[in-house]
Design a protein around this ligand. Structure first.
Ligand SMILES: *Cc1c(COP(=O)(O)O)cnc(C)c1O
Length: 399
């Protein structure tokens, strides 16, 4: 079987993906697929995206040689892809701007989105303000209480934030509510999904907009080192920053991929979000992929100290990568992630988001076991200002 770097005609990567949605959404997904295919072949659309990447997002982001961090590990060289320096402080803006451009091209002015911690909501609010689109963001009541600065940011940029009071009042309930809205208003509404999850063609669209991370990394590696890296390491929530880094290296079999999931309080406790490491295949939010469920087949309540990793599903392309052995997936606990957070802050003067702090921890440990001529690239998917209070309260409880 030929290895796939794109989904087949039915929207599957190997056994994963597809469309498990109500009949009313099938036509909307067909329309989206068609519009996206046309846009991806349209030079002026691609030019618009490239222009905003440069002028608005601040791309290309640096590929930074973390000398102090590497020295501390005393092994391989560690490079950081600085998505924390992208506008709004994380990689999510790449996808938000790309899809907002697509919505505008499709003539849809009403944009809906879901958000957990608020990072995707902020990116959507910014992209919609930029392009003159109306943004409605669904967010669980629990998350609204925990993440009030992001709620203020979204409102300042003109988005309407709708509180979701069903279920656990967190991300998965917000997704259900956004899907309900889309079913009702499918004619004039664009659903702007935030990661490489959901029904086909979303995992493909989001991946393609995030692949700018990997394409830049490849160019920067060739310019700086005249070769490709040995390892690419990124944290995996829904899987968009990791697949964005990995995918452009898919056919370079000498480049190893490692996805780092949220081990939470440990895999034995069930309080984690390590979907690929500890889950099994099933259907969630419109696609078949690995997921976390309990013995009754109910979707698990997940836990991670990093809000952006706290999701019981993962993108279908990662499930495929896992099954064919193209990527390896590991779990890092809350405690270890906080160690990574402190390590990068102290060695480099860079405060990472708690999500990529998982990848930093793993990379530092791996680097220590490798010879000095190996190169590891870590995707630093976001900055950590948003997480200071979480880390402070974690340290309080520990002492
Ligand atoms: C949302 C988020 C993630 C997790 O999402 P992916 O789709 O897996 O990339 C990781 N890092 C940061 C900084 C985030 O905001």
């Amino acid at each position: 079987m030929k290895k796939q770097d794109s989904p087949d005609a039915r929207g599957y990567f190997g056994d994963y993906g597809g469309r498990f949605v109500p009949e009313t959404l099938m036509a909307a997904l067909d329309e989206l697929e068609q519009a996206y295919q046309e846009a991806s072949l349209d030079k002026s659309f691609q030019d618009d995206f490239r222009h905003l990447c440069r002028q608005y997002i601040g791309r290309p982001t640096p590929l930074y040689h973390a000398q102090q961090l590497s020295r501390q590990a005393s092994g391989a060289t560690i490079l950081l892809k600085r998505e924390d320096l992208a506008h709004t402080g994380a990689h999510k803006i790449n996808n938000a701007v790309g899809q907002a451009l697509l919505a505008r091209r499709m003539g849809k002015k009403r944009i809906i989105a879901e958000t957990g911690a608020g990072q995707h909501g902020v990116a959507v609010a910014a992209a919609c303000a930029l392009l003159g689109l109306d943004a409605i963001v669904y967010m669980g009541e629990e998350d609204i209480a925990r993440q009030s600065p992001n709620v203020h940011r979204m409102k300042l940029m003109g988005a309407e934030v709708r509180a979701v009071s069903s279920g656990s009042r967190t991300l998965k309930d917000a997704i259900n509510e956004a899907i309900r809205d889309w079913v009702t208003n499918v004619g004039d509404t664009y659903y702007l999904l935030g990661s490489v999850v959901g029904p086909h063609p979303y995992p493909l669209i989001v991946r393609d907009f995030q692949a700018i991370i990997g394409r830049e990394t490849r160019e920067q590696m060739l310019a700086m080192y005249k070769r490709l890296p040995d390892y690419l390491i990124a944290c995996v929530g829904g899987g968009s920053n990791s697949i964005g880094l990995f995918q452009p290296f898919f056919n370079d079999s000498e480049v190893k991929f490692i996805g780092v999931e949220a081990g939470g309080k440990g895999l034995k406790t069930k309080k984690h979000a390590a979907t690929l490491t500890a889950g099994r295949a099933g259907v969630l939010h419109g696609a078949k992929s690995y997921l976390l469920e309990d013995s009754n087949g109910q979707i698990s309540e997940t836990h991670s100290i990093a809000p952006g990793l706290d999701y019981p599903g993962v993108g279908p392309e990662h499930s495929y990568y896992k099954d064919i052995g193209r990527a390896r997936y590991v779990a890092v606990t809350d405690r270890q992630a906080v160690e990574g957070f402190q390590l990068l802050s102290a060695t480099e003067g860079i405060i990472p988001a708690l999500e990529p702090a998982h990848a930093i921890y793993y990379a530092a440990r791996l680097a220590a076991d490798l010879p000095a001529d190996k190169i590891i690239v870590v995707n630093l998917s976001g900055r950590g200002d948003k997480d200071l209070a979480i880390v402070a309260s974690f340290m309080d409880k520990k002492s």
